[in-house]
Structure formats: C-alpha cells, structure tokens
Design a protein. Structure first.
Length: 247
C-alpha cells in the first residue's frame, strides 16, 4: 500500500472514530448532566519516517489520527423541573453513587426513591452520603435539600449528600451514560463555590445544532477521503496500462 493510501485510510479511520463519538453525544444531548466528548487530532509519523536510514530514503507523509478524546466538563444550564427528587449542582463537584461494579461519579441528579426507601439513580444505583452510606427516606413524606446538600425530612436531618471533589478531572474515566470512574481517592467538598438546587436538573453542554453541524462536516470529510482514494487507485491503474502499452 502506497503512502498516499495509508495517509487517506488513517484519515478515514479517524473520521469513523469521530462519528462514533458524535453519535454518542447526540444520543445523550437531552440526558441531564451529560458531558460531551471532543476529539483532539494529531499526526502520526512512523519511526522510519522520522529517522531515514540514508539520504535516498523517502519519508512517508504523516497520517492523521485522533490523538486523544477529552470530556467537556463545562457547567450546563440549570433547568427547572419542580420535582423534589431532581437535584442539580451549580459549580464543581459530582454526586457519588454505588453501582454493582463499584462507586461512580455523576452530574445527573435525576433521582428517585426505591420501594425499599433508598435514594437512587434512574439506573438503580444508590446515592451515597458523606460517609459513603446509602440514603434512606420515607417515601410518604416530603423532604428538602439545602444548598449545602443537607437532606431534611419531618424536621430532622437524615443525611448529608456526598458531593465528591475531584482535583484533576483528567483522572476520571468515562463510563456509559453520565457516569465516571475514579482513579484517585474521593474527597468530599464543602461546596465552596458550588451550590445544590432542588427541583432542577443540569442540561447537557452539547448544543443540538453544534452536534448536527459537526456530524455533517465529518461525513463530508469521510466522503472526500473515500473519493480521493478511488481517484488515486484509478490513476494508478491507468498508469500501469500506459506502462504496459509503452513497453
């Protein structure tokens, strides 16, 4: 395979990876607390291209690749719902929840109370307090959540929400939906610079129009690369035909 085809094929692969990422972003654009992924492109140059053996060596062109994906953790707009189980963070921090595979972080505060009276996510993951314990509520009574995460029911403080403070957001691992895994110990924030709102949900930071435009751009780039490969292959075929006739 020649250098041009290798470079074009790498570009096509990078666009396919981008399409998968953008499709996931668009699928979750209405999911509360969703943080979209972005791509960062780079150029891959093979070692033999960087260090030619002699002056006659021809270095192949650099191939475009997605150097890495990164998550956009910008604050989303807070949408009023009026539902008491909906909670939203304005500022840094994450809700701490417990899944079957371990503790996870999320910005999605669309909670509910299980039949057993446990505060949980819509996926059935228990929401944890500052002691990393499950939060039990009386489903038949109303409750209030303060801006500092204190839960009161029937005039009594029943729990303090565990709001995790992550010093380095790059240490988080993206999981399905709105969840993140942790590679460092969780520190609980006193919500300095942040506030908790009951009856609201944080919207995704992905604008639908932005995602749609980006999707069209990537598809057009992929189509252009595909046509370039086809044209290059046709030119090679005709060159071979001319060479055979001339010979």
């Amino acid at each position: 395979m020649d250098a041009f085809t290798i470079s074009a094929a790498s570009g096509m692969r990078a666009r396919l990876e981008s399409l998968d990422m953008i499709a996931n972003n668009l699928a979750n654009q209405s999911t509360p607390g969703f943080k979209p992924d972005r791509e960062m492109y780079g150029l891959y140059v093979a070692p033999e291209a960087r260090w030619p053996q002699d002056e006659s060596s021809v270095a192949s062109p650099a191939a475009p690749v997605i150097e890495r994906q990164w998550t956009d953790f910008r604050q989303g707009a807070l949408r009023q719902t009026g539902e008491p189980f909906d909670l939203a963070l304005n500022g840094p921090g994450f809700f701490l929840v417990r899944s079957q595979s371990g503790d996870l972080l999320t910005r999605n505060g669309n909670f509910r109370v299980s039949p057993a009276g446990i505060l949980e996510t819509q996926d059935g993951y228990a929401v944890l307090d500052v002691r990393k314990k499950t939060i039990r509520l009386n489903a038949g009574s109303s409750f209030e959540v303060s801006a500092q995460g204190e839960i009161r029911q029937d005039g009594t403080v029943v729990a303090q929400l565990g709001i995790a403070d992550v010093a380095d957001l790059r240490s988080l691992g993206k999981r399905a939906g709105t969840y993140f895994s942790m590679s460092e110990a969780v520190r609980f924030s006193s919500l300095q610079g942040s506030a908790l709102y009951q009856g609201r949900l944080e919207s995704s930071t992905l604008a639908p129009a932005e995602g749609a435009v980006r999707l069209v751009q990537i598809m057009r780039q992929f189509e252009s690369l595909t046509k370039a490969v086809q044209i290059h292959a046709e030119m090679d075929r005709r060159s071979d035909e001319v060479a055979r006739v001339s010979g």
